[in-house]
Design a protein around this ligand. Structure first.
Ligand code: HEM
Length: 448
């Protein structure tokens, strides 16, 4: 109320009586639910004062265009501190490297370059799926991770560069999972508040000193033979930060794509008519079940648009809770003026639930993607899971391809009995795609 009296044109501000923590406590417990409640109470634009910062949320389409296009907003300033907390890259080096590294990643993972990865990824997925055997029972989330993580890492970083073999992976996975689990909190606060997270970060950075030196040692002069990591090393200014950037790239390549691969399968397996259609499509392209290690090309994937629509629909429903920009000059959104210094937050998760753009928004309806001009690499209007404007996720086409390819191989090879009810998505995280709230066990066995 005091704030409103001081500045009537600012959005309503939610704060609590403990000034520094502000609304952090309620907000931190379940940010996605908190946003929804705040939205119904205060309207589509509101500010949360938490951890000494002002986060202003824009939860409806007004403001989306400004969010992606306005020169009064800055992406780099919004994420710099988070990058410094997460991987210890100092501000100066971050600003020096960001534009160049972003362009490189966008080019290397763009739609016209995907063919470079498809063959290797297909082979790697087969190899790691073989470790699951011909039948078994497990939590689908773990099964997906066991296959996707090593296959993708070997494809992007080079085989034998990161630990991926059965014998060395356990300790790595423990640290990486801890690192990923608390990444969001850790990127927002000093490391001393999160002791276990800090231990895992140090362990991973130490490991990446070796990863980077192996990648440097084997770096070929021929551009077409380089891995994505080697391109990153070639483009980096300040070589001592190579382990830090390597770790950041590993996290970016795994954190969102692996949960989405899980959700895509969950949605497909829990809608019998969708599953049936997909199995018919697979049969029409690859023939009956039972063939060993089908080779899937870019052309094959183009013949399976329905699986791509399922992937995009899973991304729509489980998209990041928020993406962020720093307000560098006051900006007008609806009838409010958002002051400089605020972090402006746009919620893909809530925008994707606007019935005006996505009728029956809570329903998994892959057919809605018929309307998107995917041949021209355009998504549906108001689909912002990868951000928008000039800072869109540079890995988006690779992400869609890897998930589509994984789903093709997994469903072609195995059939499933579902042992648990479909879990809800966890409201705990704001940054990144949602994790499941509960285990989802399946029995799997090779199709005959
Ligand atoms: C379904 C999977 C994915 C989703 C939903 C996703 C989403 C996002 C979003 C929302 C951003 C921030 C954009 C913004 O704030 O405007 C981002 C940034 C980024 N993503 Fe992704 N991403 C995915 C997969 C990937 C993959 C597979 C890679 C790499 C192989 C990747 C690499 C990156 C990088 C490097 C950035 C930082 C870009 C920058 O600093 O400008 N992402 N992603």
């Amino acid at each position: 109320v005091l704030f409103q009296l001081r500045n009537p044109s600012s959005p309503p501000c939610i704060r609590s009586w403990i000034p520094w923590f502000g609304a952090a406590f309620q907000f931190g417990k379940a940010p996605l639910e908190f946003i929804e409640q705040a939205r119904s109470k205060h309207g589509p634009v509101f500010t949360i004062f938490a951890l000494g910062k002002r986060f202003t949320f824009v939860t409806e389409e007004e403001g989306t265009e400004a969010f992606f296009k306005s020169k009064d907003l800055n992406f780099e300033q919004a994420v710099q501190q988070a990058v410094e907390n997460a991987v210890s890259v100092p501000a100066e080096a971050f600003y020096q490297n960001h534009g160049n590294l972003y362009s490189m990643l966008k080019g290397k993972m763009g739609p016209s370059n995907l063919y470079v990865f498809t063959g290797t990824l297909c082979k790697e997925l087969h190899e790691h799926m073989a470790h699951l055997g011909t039948e078994g029972t497990g939590n689908l989330n773990d099964l997906v991770r066991q296959v996707m993580y090593p296959a993708v890492v070997n494809t992007l970083f080079g085989k034998g560069i990161c630990p991926t073999s059965q014998s060395e992976i356990k300790e790595f996975e423990e640290h990486f999972q801890k690192y990923d689990e608390d990444f969001e909190y850790a990127s927002q606060m000093p490391e001393c508040f999160l002791r276990n997270w800090s231990k895992s970060k140090k362990w991973l950075l130490k490991l990446f000193e070796k990863v980077v030196s192996d990648a440097e040692r084997t770096n070929p002069s021929e551009t077409t033979s380089k891995t994505l990591l080697q391109h990153l090393l070639d483009n980096l200014q300040g070589k001592h930060l190579a382990p830090n950037y390597g770790l950041l790239m590993l996290w970016a390549s795994q954190a969102n794509a692996v949960p989405i691969a899980f959700w895509t399968l969950v949605f497909i397996l829990s809608y019998p008519s969708i599953y049936k259609k997909i199995m018919e499509d697979l049969t029409s392209v690859f023939g009956k079940a039972g063939k060993d290690k089908i080779e899937v090309s870019e052309e094959d994937l183009k013949k399976l648009p329905f699986i791509k629509w399922c992937t995009l629909e899973a991304i729509r429903l489980r998209s990041p809770g928020a993406i962020t920009k720093k307000v560098v000059n006051p900006i007008r959104i609806q009838n409010f003026t958002v002051p400089a210094g605020d972090l402006l937050m746009l919620s893909p998760y809530w925008l994707h639930r606007n019935p005006k753009y996505f009728p029956d928004p809570e329903m998994f309806k892959p057919d809605r993607w018929k309307e998107a001009n995917l041949e021209k690499n355009a998504f549906l209007d108001s689909f912002v899971a990868f951000g928008g404007g000039k800072h869109q996720c540079p890995g988006r086409w690779f992400a869609i391809m890897e998930i589509q390819l994984f789903v093709v191989l997994f469903l072609y090879k195995y059939e499933f009995v579902l042992l648990d009810a479909v879990p809800k998505e966890s409201p705990l995280h704001l940054v990144g795609t949602q994790q499941p709230m509960a285990p989802f066990r399946v029995q799997y066995k090779c199709r005959e």
